[in-house]
Every structure is written in C-alpha cells, then in structure tokens.
Design a binder for this molecule. Structure first.
Ligand SMILES: Nc1nc2c(ncn2[C@@H]2O[C@H](COP(=O)(O)OP(=O)(O)O)[C@@H](O)[C@H]2O)c(=O)[nH]1
Ligand SMILES: [Mg+2]
Length: 179
C-alpha cells in the first residue's frame, strides 16, 4: 500500500486534545476508527475502545496534508510505527492538567524520534486556560535538557487558528533546518 506523501501525526495521552485538534483543522468530516481491545493497561481482560483519528487539510498553497491522531498510551504502541510510516511531522500534545506533563512529553518524544527519525517534532500544551501554572519556558528548558530543541507552544485544541499555527510552525522549523 502506498503511503500518503504529506502526513502529520498528533500523539498524546487521553484528553490531550488529539480528536479535537484533528477536528478543528479538518476540511472534511474526520474519521475515527474504533478499535476494541482485549486487554487494558493493567493486563485485565476488558472491552476497551480507543480511537484513531484521521482527516485531511489543505494548506495555503494547495498542499494536502493527511492528519492522524494516535493514542499515546504505551499499551497501544503497536499502532505507532504503522501510523508514523512516512510522516513528515509528529506533534506531541500534552494537557496541562496531566500530573506529569514534562516527563510524559519527554517519554513520547524519545519514543517517536526513534520510531519516526525522518519526522520533525513539535509540542503543543493544551488546557493552559485551566492550568496556567504550566509555563512554556519551563517546558522548553526541560526538553532542551533532555536533548530536544523544537517548537513548544500553548495551543487550545478547539481553536483552528491555534492548531494551524502549530502545524505551520513545525513545517517552517522542518524546512529551516539544515539537511
Ligand atoms: N479548556 C480547554 N479544553 C480543551 C483544550 N484542548 C482540548 N480541550 C478539551 O479537552 C477535551 C478532550 O479532548 P479530546 O480531543 O477528546 O482528547 P483526546 O483524548 O486526546 O482525543 C475535549 O472536551 C476538548 O474540547 C484547551 O486548550 N482548553
Ligand atoms: Mg480522542
């Protein structure tokens, strides 16, 4: 199966804003694929349902971008390589209400830089309207110390303008880097 040329992936934990972000910037009605699982994070046999989000957007110059949202929970990591194949960018979304926002972001950045070495990375922090105590400079500094120099910004996943700005920041950063 051939992969779409321009592919962008949102990843993050439950409630990080993936489905909302994909929906906010969609030109078309997004698709959510329900996946029944036989085990939950603790290995119990339960019926859990997770969603993979997909949609597409057309950028200013008519360039088509395929956008995916993939769960960041480790027990769903089998989905990561499939979704990331050929991706030009991976955006880690983290909710400011997450108990350990920085550690969880570093962990996802480490995983996805390994799974998708070709992709550029960026971080969007959601729900800072409710949790203003999480400051971007602190996150940026912690990510730098972990070896990640990349765009980090607040983003309200409900705002098309803010999500689009984050996407464009990743693309600009990607093309500004020396090859
Ligand atoms: N107040 C606030 N709510 C947000 C923000 N970003 C996302 N949400 C809400 O967070 C909830 C969870 O988002 P969702 O897209 O379902 O998260 P997902 O599990 O990553 O797909 C939704 O009700 C969104 O409307 C934000 O910046 N501020
Ligand atoms: Mg979702």
């Amino acid at each position: 199966m051939s992969q779409p040329a321009n592919k962008l992936v949102f990843v993050g934990g439950m409630g990080a804003g993936k489905t909302t972000a994909v929906r906010a910037i969609s030109d078309v009605e997004p698709v959510s694929t329900e996946m029944p699982l036989s085990e939950d994070a603790y290995g119990d046999k339960v019926e859990t349902t997770v969603a993979l989000d997909y949609s597409s957007i057309e950028l200013d110059d008519g360039e088509l971008l395929h956008v995916y949202g993939v769960p960041g929970q480790r027990y769903l990591d089998f989905m990561w390589p499939m979704v990331c194949e050929g991706a030009l960018g991976v955006i880690v979304l983290v909710s400011a209400r997450h108990p350990e926002p920085i550690a969880s972001t570093v962990e996802l950045l480490q995983e996805f830089s390994r799974i998708a070495p070709q992709a550029s990375l960026a971080v969007g922090i959601t729900r800072t309207d409710e949790h203003p105590e999480l400051l971007v400079p602190d996150v940026r500094q912690a990510l730098l110390e972990a070896g990640f120099r990349l765009p980090v910004m607040r983003v309200d996943a409900r705002s098309a303008a803010q999500v689009t700005f984050l996407v464009k920041s990743l693309l600009s950063y990607r093309y500004a880097q020396t090859q």
